[in-house]
Design a protein around this ligand. Structure first.
Ligand code: 3HC
Length: 295
């Protein structure tokens, strides 16, 4: 297996742009692939903004920021990934699209490169089977916002080789993250625990245990969480959470992973959270207003 020097990132959305950013910050030449230039432009604007915050706070100089940007190569051509040592996929959570993307890249990217996926709930084993390099296929699950969150879950399947797993684990450390080793069980470690907690917060709301703001306040002030469950749901995206629950419920058939009716209705109503301007809170004003607020 080659020493990892050049990184490929598939997808320049919220997660892909964050992954590309930290790879470039860690000194790797990083190629970022998107289907259309407009998605690259949007993702690169986000990277520029995030790095700008570090410059503002004196954590990085303007020269260092320019160097990081210089290590990032946006592209819409699969061919530009040919000589990458690791390819990290962070496209939309569509299993068939992911599989066809890997299958196409399998023929282009050098045979000893590692393939990895940032999927939050899909089975790494199934994705790996779309390629001829299942032994070199490892899950790499990052957390939002990628530049700030320290954790990466490094996921091995029953066919992942020790060498590929260890190389990916060491690579995660080089990205400045704290990796943990996970088996390929849906939701890995964090979402397996986080998702039932978030769903339980919605059930508590449905049952009238407390208001949105009070439940959030309870977990922030009572347990020291950085965000209460409804703020976090809006931050992650209710559509994303709903998708994850569907996959996890399908896998485990346990009620704790089943979507409460309110979550489904929120998604039906287009209330996806911060990204759509409203979720459990409305973000159109100066301060977020909870949807059950009487004020
Ligand atoms: N780039 C650079 N800096 C950033 C940033 C970014 N993308 N996002 C936030 N920051 C900086 C801010 O500028 C600020 O810097 P400062 O302390 O030097 O002023 C600092 O981070 C803190 O930000 P804020 O003051 O805006 O707000 P918070 O103190 O609340 O911190 C947070 C923001 C880091 C997002 C914090 O609220 C947090 O940790 N929230 C929980 C996030 C979480 O749980 N993420 C995991 C979601 S689950 C997931 O991703 C898995 C998936 O599969 C579902």
């Amino acid at each position: 297996m080659p020493t990892i020097q050049k990184v490929g990132v598939l997808g320049c959305g919220l997660m892909g742009s964050g992954i590309a950013q930290i790879a470039a910050q860690a000194g790797f030449q990083t190629v970022v692939l998107e289907v259309e230039q407009k998605y690259l432009d949007k993702g690169f604007a986000g990277i520029d903004k995030s790095l700008g915050k570090f410059v503002e706070k004196g954590k990085m100089t303007a020269e260092q920021k320019a160097e990081v940007m210089g290590r990032l190569k946006p592209t819409t051509s699969n061919q530009d990934l040919a000589d990458c040592d690791i390819v990290i996929e962070a496209i939309i959570e569509n299993k068939e699209l992911k599989k066809s993307t890997y299958a196409a890249l399998d023929k282009i990217v050098k045979p000893d490169a590692i393939f990895s996926s940032n999927t939050s709930s899909l089975t790494i084993t199934e994705l790996s089977m779309a390629t001829s390099r299942a032994k070199q296929f490892v899950g790499l699950h990052f957390f939002n916002p990628v530049p700030m969150m320290k954790l990466v879950e490094v996921v091995r399947t029953i066919v992942t080789s020790n060498e590929a797993f260890n190389d990916t684990f060491e690579f995660a450390k080089k990205l400045g993250k704290e990796p943990i080793a996970c088996r390929d069980n849906s939701g890995f470690v964090v979402n397996r625990l986080l998702v039932p907690y978030l769903l339980d917060a919605i059930r508590a709301l449905e049952e009238g245990a407390g208001s949105i703001e009070d439940i959030d306040k309870g977990m922030v002030l009572g347990c020291g969480h950085p965000m209460g469950p409804f703020t976090l749901l809006d931050f992650v995206g209710l559509d994303t959470t709903y998708f994850i629950t569907e996959v996890m419920f399908e896998e485990y058939r346990e009620k704790r992973f089943a979507s409460p009716p309110l979550l489904k209705k929120m998604v039906m109503a287009g209330r996806y959270g911060r990204k759509s301007g409203a979720g459990f809170y409305d973000y159109s004003g100066e301060k977020p207003v909870a949807m059950d607020s009487k004020r």
